[in-house]
Design a protein around this ligand. Structure first.
Ligand code: NAD
Ligand code: DAU
Length: 342
């Protein structure tokens, strides 16, 4: 494989950091440059091992900052830009939609404009199945395909849908060389503890209540994060420009079943489960049809949920320091510690 420079935005977050490690490991000749402004969801200590690798660079930069992004992209002259950076939590978007529009829509636009200006040959937008809205629980025969109309429910998903539409418009109007992936719910190491699976693991370990929204019957289609990374790797190398690829592993589970499974695996009582007020506009069911990425690029998920959830629980048991620093807030000092005197 010819040597490449890849810019990964949002690489200090959950999926981006897993992708950084996946790429450094799989392509030891590639240069991986992480661009992340370290919001509350970005954790530089996650990239501790990557920072020891000479083929890795970290830049604390906001994707909305056109001047800084232009300067960095000129310096690095990347072959590919992959945009993971986003405000990603639905509940936060309900409380404060403003930042979601700025980062997810305007940030995407800045990245694409700079790529166009500098003739960067390839751009990939990491999107989500949430742009399709939701499916009813009583129609298990229905799935999201790439042709399903966009029908977002939350400010988060609307901002991701807005970005997708902008990417597709740039492809058509400017022949912008982009691809989009729309993946279902990921789980695995380095997942920020405000999201369902890590929150439930950590609360259960601390014998705290496990807050289940509404009736707990909402369904998500869970995919181990490494399978998502492999899908993006295939798309950036072999995917067709202008195309959208859905990514999901046919692994639908209700929230309450996930929470009960976590209790069982950790030997904690189900009496910790507490039903709380439902999320506003709560999507009922997500389910991806991954036929296109399978047929065109040969992608199939490799990690079964029963193995992935065990690996994930073990990871949280063996990496208490990582999540305890998040809970205490100490992780936000890591950048200062690493770069304070530089
Ligand atoms: P995350 O919240 O864990 O990480 C987001 C990262 O982006 C953080 O490191 C944050 O510091 C960074 N960031 C935010 N705003 C930025 C800005 N303006 N400039 C530079 N960096 C910024 O998110 P995640 O769960 O890893 O999701 C990554 C991407 O994948 C997102 O685009 C999300 O929409 C998409 N996605 C997530 C899932 C999932 O299950 N988590 C599923 C499908 C798609
Ligand atoms: O489908 C992909 C999306 O998955 C991504 O685009 C988002 O960035 C990512 O955050 C995720 O969104 P969800 O809203 O599905 O994930 P979350 O972990 O927030 O919630 C999963 C389900 O669990 C959802 O039905 C709400 C419910 N929930 C969540 C939390 C945090 C609870 O019942 N209790 C909770 O405390």
């Amino acid at each position: 494989m010819a040597k490449k420079t890849i810019i990964v935005t949002g690489g200090a977050g959950f999926i981006g950091s897993n992708f950084v490690y996946y790429m450094l490991n799989k392509y030891p000749d590639y240069r991986i440059v992480c661009v992340d402004c370290l919001t509350y969801a970005g954790n530089l200590s996650t990239l501790k091992k990557a920072l020891e690798n000479d083929n890795f660079r970290f830049s604390k930069t906001n994707i909305c900052d056109r001047e800084e992004i232009t300067k960095l992209f000129k310096e690095e002259n990347p072959d590919i830009v992959i945009n993971f950076a986003a405000e990603s939590h639905v509940d936060r978007s309900i409380k404060d939609p403003d930042l979601f529009v700025k980062t997810n829509v305007s940030g995407t636009q800045v990245l694409m404009d700079v790529c166009r200006e500098l003739n960067i040959p390839r751009y990939h937008q990491v999107s989500t199945d949430e742009v399709y809205g939701d499916l009813p629980l009583d129609r298990p025969d229905l799935f999201f395909t790439e042709k399903t109309p966009i029908h977002a429910s939350s400010p988060y998903s609307a901002s991701k849908a807005g970005a997708d539409l902008l990417v597709l418009a740039y492809c058509r109007t400017f022949k912008f060389p982009a691809t989009i992936s729309r993946c279902s719910n990921n789980y695995g190491p380095y997942h920020f503890p405000e999201k369902l699976i890590p929150l439930m693991i950590i609360n259960a370990l601390n014998d705290k209540p496990l807050p289940v929204y509404g009736d707990g019957k909402n369904v998500r289609d869970w995919l181990y994060v490494e399978d998502h990374c492999r899908a993006i790797d295939l798309i950036i190398h072999n995917g067709k420009i202008g195309e959208v690829y859905n990514v999901g592993g046919h692994n639908e589970m209700s929230n309450i079943d996930i929470v009960k499974l976590i209790c069982e695996k950790l030997g904690k009582p189900e009496s910790l489960i507490t039903y709380v007020e439902d999320r506003k506009g709560h999507d009922r069911r997500y389910a991806i049809d991954p036929t296109k990425i399978h047929d065109e690029l040969g992608w199939l998920p490799e990690t079964k949920f029963k193995d992935g959830i065990e690996k994930t629980i073990d990871w949280y048991l063996n990496n208490k320091e990582w999540w305890e620093e998040i809970i205490s807030g100490d992780y936000q000092n890591y950048y200062e510690k690493m770069y304070g005197d530089k």
